[in-house]
Design a protein around this ligand. Structure first.
Ligand code: AQP
Length: 356
């Protein structure tokens, strides 16, 4: 994994472009929303953005086909309801653009087994029964690299949990650029064919933690529904989950360093800050010294005010699945136009014979 250490500004010289995606597995939650989706929406004002529902990733674990179809539409509705604008950005589902899979095969021949063996997400998801995990789950980060690089994306807004996968993406890009440097130069692409994509991670909610355990990431697959706030939860459910969220017996501190070693308090303050568009310190300026009962009431009100309009809009959009499918197909056509040019060049670079 030397690539990311050697070059720090490898996206320079490439047209600035944002790519990101979420899996249509289960229902999106507050972590997905604050860690990634809010940033996606903001970046539309400054960048060309491509946002994908990564349905091919979703079949790396066992799934029910009808649930997958429903979930693809639901995640699309969540993107739209949160503010992704399909006129300004490209919004599509991955399986409609075959070039993601084609580039994955080339990258499978570039990536090294040793790199993939270090991926912590695979270890967590495969658990103890690794022999029984799908090859797709193991190859997940290579498909993710292809998702990003087929658009030569320079920036990827994600939550902190995706940092390691983004490093792998950079390593694959760099190895491709090195391995094929002569062919790349001969075809007039200069020194680098793929950019070394920069992750965009940060803010008070880059890693939203479970409401039941401040040491665990808020996650779609957590068996306890009380561990997360789903974007489909109604006001009552949001209020109940926040009131039952684990805390400690102390009042809130007045300084941010007072949150150290208090993971549950830190998490709730971080959520409040992200929802309000403030810093954790600004939240503590207001609530320092308050008991959790007071703070939780304010958090309930803020969460409902921010999330209820999104939930209502999702419901409205989901009443017309044909319109959602139309948006995805239109986005896929626009995505394919970019992806097919990249794959054509890649085939040329690696030496495949193809129709001119
Ligand atoms: N807890 C989180 N805090 C901040 N960001 C998060 N993301 C996920 N969880 C958190 C970010 O959301 C995006 C969605 O990626 P995904 O759909 O591929 O996420 P995921 O890993 O399937 O989501 P979960 O909830 O973590 O699912 P499971 O339980 O299956 O592992 C990414 O940008 C991610 O960083």
């Amino acid at each position: 994994m030397q690539g990311s250490k050697l070059m720090t500004n490898g996206a320079a010289g490439f047209q600035s472009r944002v790519f990101s995606g979420m899996q249509p597995t289960h229902t999106l939650h507050l972590g997905n929303y604050l860690g990634a989706l809010t940033r996606w929406v903001e970046m539309q004002a400054t960048h060309e953005c491509i946002y994908c529902v990564v349905d091919m990733h979703a079949i790396t674990i066992q799934h029910d086909p009808a649930d997958l179809t429903r979930s693809i539409r639901e995640v699309t509705a969540a993107y739209l309801a949160a503010g992704v604008d399909p006129k300004r950005s490209i919004l599509f589902n991955q399986s409609q653009v075959a070039e993601h899979a084609e580039l994955t095969w080339v990258f499978n021949c570039v990536a090294r087994l040793g790199w993939l063996n270090r991926m912590t997400q695979f270890k967590e998801k495969a658990g103890k029964d690794r022999e029984n995990a799908s090859i797709g789950l193991y190859d997940y980060p290579v498909l993710m690299a292809a998702d990003i690089l087929v658009y030569k994306a320079t920036h990827v807004p994600v939550g902190e949990d995706q940092k390691q996968h983004l490093e792998l993406t950079r390593d694959i890009a760099q190895k491709f650029n090195n391995d094929y440097s002569a062919a790349i130069a001969a075809r007039g692409f200069g020194e680098q064919f793929f950019p070394l994509t920069e992750p965009v991670i940060g803010g008070p909610a880059a890693r939203v933690m479970s409401l039941r355990d401040g040491g665990k990431k808020m996650s779609k697959s957590d068996p306890s529904d009380y561990s997360r706030i789903n974007l489909t939860d109604d006001a009552d459910a949001i209020a109940q989950k926040i009131r039952r969220a684990k805390t400690d017996p102390e009042a809130l501190p007045s300084e941010e360093k007072g949150l150290d070693a208090r993971p549950e308090a830190d998490n709730l303050v971080g959520i409040f800050a992200a929802l309000k568009g403030a810093t954790k310190q600004q939240v503590l300026d207001e609530f320092g010294g308050a008991q959790f009962s007071t703070f939780k009431s304010a958090l309930v009100d803020l969460s409902i005010a921010k999330l209820s309009p999104i939930t209502a809009e999702m419901r409205r959009l989901l009443a017309d699945p044909a319109e959602i499918d139309r948006i995805l197909c239109d986005g896929a056509d626009r995505a394919r136009a970019i992806a097919s040019a990249t794959v054509r060049d890649v085939k040329d670079i690696v030496g495949f014979v193809q129709k001119r």
